[in-house]
Ligand binder design. Structure first.
Ligand code: ADP
Ligand code: ZN
Ligand code: ZN
Length: 728
């Protein structure tokens, strides 16, 4: 007897079995359709994952599904397999994984319909009219003549020809014409002009083209080296082969400027998917991708789960970017899922970056990915000069030193634009001495301590060591211990007062509300008038400001001394990106970097070596410590109204896991999360450090099994993060 195995949208770790709804033919029960199923007292929309055979005894207790929603699968076998893989790899409930492949409207159970535009056509009676009929009402005659030229005419054509709805309604009343749906047509592909390739671009392109079927490529190219041009050529090949290309871009990278580059080259057959879309727009873009109407699908993280009719190429731009990792709920890495997807779809995947993640670099160096490098700027242009400003014992005004203020003033007076960068990590609580630069570090690890202000303690999140906050600096006995980060608002106020004659634009997620805010700002700045831009990561990527003459990095130390083991890698990537904003066009760029640690070896490495060299050094450190990419991490988190409940749960979990994981994983914790209290709840964590990926997968499975068997009191929630990016 056939039984339906359904992914039901609940946070439970299983699929649910149902009997087929009464009267539905077996041929209509294909994996990938949606069904409506009873669940508790509710009706939910689930995804049919498989049809299995079961004995009559097993089915005796099963309920029937209420109805099928789709007559044909909306997602194909490849995407179903990808979801199955993701459930297993990330050990996440299937009911929260499969729905990611659908737009919200369909998750809610709405009927699926093909994309169509409203149109008009002639009735049988209308078809009988001679040409030139209805001469007494010119508008109706004009409409008729349009209708006589095609089987159906889009409503927009009439509007464009200046024919109003009244004329069409008059034709309808005379039963000469009627409305109809016109199925959407694939957009024509126009090919815009393209530059001839540089020798490096040519070599990379030929290298990627040489491989048939699934292959994974790392395209490592310095900022401005023309990676995008290589993507565009690959997409060209892909479209010529009649296939679709999927392009993943970080959240802040998906700007109108980026989309315009693709549109200029290939015309309109583009589906763009990002979080700013309304539900209906998202559905249209998804359907255009699924049905094959769109040739190129560009989107942020979750677009990696978009169904494609004819997949042929996957590109992940800025592959190192943290926004590819989902940080809550179903915590997947879109980059890693993209590689798996290409494998399932048997097509090439290209990961591109000026500053590749150590994971991808490791794979490229080890031969698992093919490695292509672009080391020259395609459009000429000089790389910027980076100078450090030693701010030890210097007076700071809202975080700004006198030499930096001077440089900003000079830039403005010379008609240039200045960007001041203050990163979010500036708020990360580590303790520092303002007089000598001392930073609270762990005596057992090569790590900085995190300040827990409420508990007045410093803690190491790698080994668990803890100490009370010292009353003064242990090195120079100064009382000037700083623990507070700077806020952008404070700096903004100061800049407005100090440079009252020039506009100051603050760019962060608070000031850039609304879809057009960022575009308007970019347009305004690119009119070229002198101004100051003050902002966070939002400014560091994707936007081109040709008039930027100066970039100031207000707090390099916060980037340098993160408590996260990835801190140095991320600081190097960010520095590269921020510095890359300066001097992109003809303006030679200058970058000033404020630090208490001008001689810090990690900082020197960032300034004196290209990123690639520095990354090789960082890889050696990771190898020595067994941290990713050499080892694997799995993080269990609890989130609870009571701090003790969380720790107790993780203690029990640890006890349950220890005998099973002996020799397979090192357990660290339970520890309070670096940001222990958030939204009134307390978070704790238990870290599993494994030597290999297979061991990590086994450990993750054991962890879920053990956690499901433990009592979760006091509304405690636990979750798992495989390959965590951020330990917060
Ligand atoms: P990346 O993505 O590596 O930062 P881009 O693709 O944005 O680099 O290219 C940087 C600039 O160089 C762009 O203005 C682009 O139009 C230009 N460019 C890229 N390839 C070429 C080429 N082969 N010839 C001339 N200009 C090029
Ligand atoms: Zn000191
Ligand atoms: Zn430690």
């Amino acid at each position: 007897m056939p039984v339906l195995r359904v992914a039901v949208p609940t946070p439970l770790y299983s699929l649910f079995d149902y009997l087929p709804p009464a009267g539905v033919a077996a041929a209509n029960l294909q994996a990938g359709i949606r069904l409506s199923v009873p669940f508790g007292r509710r009706e939910l929309t689930g995804v049919l994952v498989a049809v299995v055979d079961a004995s009559d005894m097993e089915v005796a207790t099963l309920k029937s599904a209420s109805a099928i929603i789709d007559s044909e699968p909306l997602i194909g076998p490849g995407l179903l397999e990808l979801c199955r893989w993701a459930c297993d790899y990330y050990q996440h409930p299937p009911g929260e994984v499969y729905p990611v492949a659908f737009p919200t409207l369909l998750r809610k159970g709405r009927e699926h319909s093909a994309l169509a535009a409203p149109g008009w056509r002639l009735t049988t009676r209308g078809k009988g009219l001679p040409e030139g009929a209805l001469a007494r009402s010119p508008k109706q005659a004009q409409a008729l003549s349009l209708l006589q030229q095609a089987v159906a005419v889009p409503a927009s054509r009439f509007a464009a020809a200046g024919i109003n709805r009244a004329a069409l309604r008059a034709l309808a009343e005379k039963q000469l014409a009627e409305t109809c749906d016109i199925p959407a047509q694939p957009a024509a592909i126009d090919r815009g002009p393209r530059p001839s390739l540089t020798p490096e671009q040519r070599q990379a392109l030929d290298g990627i083209r040489a491989s048939a079927g699934f292959s994974c490529h790392l395209l490592e190219g310095v900022t401005g080296s023309g990676k995008t041009e290589v993507y565009l050529r690959l997409i060209d090949d892909c479209l010529n082969a009649g296939r679709q290309a999927l392009v993943l871009i970080p959240e802040i990278g998906l700007t109108p400027q980026t989309v315009a580059r693709f549109r200029d080259r290939f015309g309109d057959g583009l589906a763009v998917l990002h979080s700013g879309l309304g539900e209906a727009q998202r559905y249209s873009a998804w359907e255009a991708a699924r049905s094959g109407l769109a040739h190129i699908v560009i989107g942020t993280r979750s677009a990696v789960f978009t169904p494609l009719a004819r997949p042929g190429l996957v590109i992940v731009d800025e592959e190192h970017d943290a926004s590819f990792k989902q940080q809550d709920g179903f915590r997947y890495s879109a980059r890693d899922v993209a590689v798996k997807r290409a494998q399932i779809d048997n097509c090439p995947v290209v990961l591109g970056s000026a500053t590749p993640s150590l994971e991808s670099l490791h794979n490229a160096l080890g031969g698992r990915y093919r490695h292509h490098r672009l080391q020259q700027r395609a459009s000429g242009g000089m790389p910027p000069r980076i100078e450090t400003l030693d701010i030890r014992q210097k007076t700071l005004q809202a975080g700004l030193s006198e030499p930096l203020l001077q440089a900003v003033g000079d830039t403005l007076h010379q008609g240039g634009q200045a960007l001041l960068f203050l990163n979010r990590r500036g708020f990360a609580p580590t303790l520092q001495c303002h007089d000598c630069g001392w930073i609270a570090g762990c005596s057992h690890c090569d790590a900085r301590l995190t300040l827990h202000r409420r508990a007045r303690r410093l803690r190491c999140h790698h080994c668990g060591a803890a100490a009370p906050t010292p009353p003064g600096c242990p090195e120079c006995h100064s009382q000037q211990l700083m623990s507070k980060g700077l806020g952008t608002e404070q700096t903004e106020d100061y800049l407005r007062r100090h440079f009252a004659d020039w506009p100051v634009y603050r760019v962060d997620s608070d000031s850039m509300q609304g879809r057009d805010a960022m575009r308007e700002l970019v347009d305004e700045v690119n009119r070229g008038r002198p101004c100051i831009l003050l902002g966070t990561q939002m400014l560091a990527k994707g936007h081109h400001f040709p008039g930027l003459a100066l970039v100031g990095i207000i707090d390099m130390d916060a980037m340098l001394f993160s408590t996260d083991f990835r801190g140095e890698e991320q600081a190097a990537q960010l520095l590269n990106q921020v510095a890359g904003r300066a001097g992109r066009a003809d303006t030679p760029g200058r970058v000033l970097l404020q630090t208490h640690h001008p001689d810090n070896p990690a900082l020197r490495a960032m300034l004196d070596q290209p990123y690639h060299q520095q990354a090789l050094g960082l890889l050696q450190q990771r190898q020595a410590t067994g941290l990713p990419p050499y080892g694997q991490l799995v993080l269990a988190r609890t989130d609870c109204a009571d701090a003790r409940e969380g720790e107790q749960f993780l203690c029990l979990l640890r006890e349950a896991l220890e005998p099973r994981l002996r020799g397979k994983a090192q357990l660290i914790g339970p520890l309070p999360a670096p940001m222990q209290r958030r939204a009134g709840r307390y978070r704790s964590q238990l870290l599993l450090h494994c030597q290999s990926r297979p061991l990590a997968r086994e450990a993750a499975r054991e962890l879920v099994t053990a956690a499901r068997n433990l009592p979760a009191r006091g509304g405690l929630k636990w979750s798992l993060d495989v390959d965590p990016l951020d330990m917060f």
